[in-house]
Ligand binder design. Structure first.
Ligand SMILES: [Zn+2]
Ligand SMILES: [Zn+2]
Length: 238
């Protein structure tokens, strides 16, 4: 799971008193791009419930253990990494690269007293590239602003699918997110980080029309939908 905020208000599984965590049984890894609440989400509870191992920068991992009671053993493994690095997970089935993101990263401190800062250091914000053996290479942009060096990500990795934050206000505006899809040479772009809370884009209309101008294939996913790949080709959406 990447940035698992399952109890977010747009998740149909979180409506009407339903708990989206109730049906979770197997989660191997939780990847966190940065420490903001809409990204750490339900990571601590998911980790406790499933034993999932944390993949994040060391400062965020350390503070989640210290301040939010993330299970220490699951946050102190070889999967703690830094921007520019690559690690192998899932017995070599997946290579994870941590990429730069231009944003901020703090982590909410639920133990803060009256004179303590409400936010603790969350390390540098990041994105991820997941290279899946016999499967697609996926870029997740985190909450980044557009930056020209995204072109380097596109040169270095053959991005089959780019998950791009399009919400604006706190990160890339949709127009720039479309430019990002082009810069990382995405073969398919899926928008994320919109339609959840006030202040960010309510829909992906601008992103879709900008991508069309740039000739980048586009797919919109509604909460709860699944897409499948065979090799590097998307085969199904449901
Ligand atoms: Zn953020
Ligand atoms: Zn965010």
């Amino acid at each position: 799971m990447i940035d698992p905020w399952l109890r977010n208000p747009s998740n149909p599984e979180a409506k009407g008193g339903k708990d989206p965590l109730a049906s979770l049984s197997k989660v191997d890894y939780i990847l966190l791009t940065h420490g903001h609440r809409d990204h750490v989400g339900d990571a601590v509870e998911i980790a406790r419930k499933t034993g999932a191992v944390l993949i994040s920068n060391p400062e965020l991992a350390g503070n989640l253990v210290k301040l939010a009671d993330f299970p220490g053993k699951q946050a102190e493994t070889d999967a703690i990494m830094g921007i520019g690095g690559e690690i192998q997970i899932a017995a070599g089935e997946v290579t994870v690269a941590m990429t730069p993101a231009v944003h901020s990263s703090s982590v909410f401190n639920p133990k803060a007293g009256a004179t303590d800062a409400e936010r603790a250091y969350g390390g540098n914000p990041a994105g991820f590239v997941l290279m899946i053996k016999n499967g697609p290479t996926i870029y997740h942009s985190g909450d980044t602003a557009y930056f020209k060096d995204m072109e380097t990500i596109g040169e270095e990795y053959q991005i089959d699918l780019a998950l791009l934050n399009i919400g604006g206000h706190f990160g890339m505006e949709a127009r720039m997110a479309a430019k990002a899809a082009k810069s990382v040479r995405a073969k398919l772009a899926i928008p994320q980080h919109y339609g959840t809370f006030p202040g960010i884009a309510e829909n992906a209309g601008v992103f879709a029309s900008e991508l069309e101008k740039l000739g980048v294939p586009y797919c919109e996913m509604k909460p709860g939908e699944t897409i499948s790949f065979r090799g590097k080709q998307m085969t199904q959406k449901k």
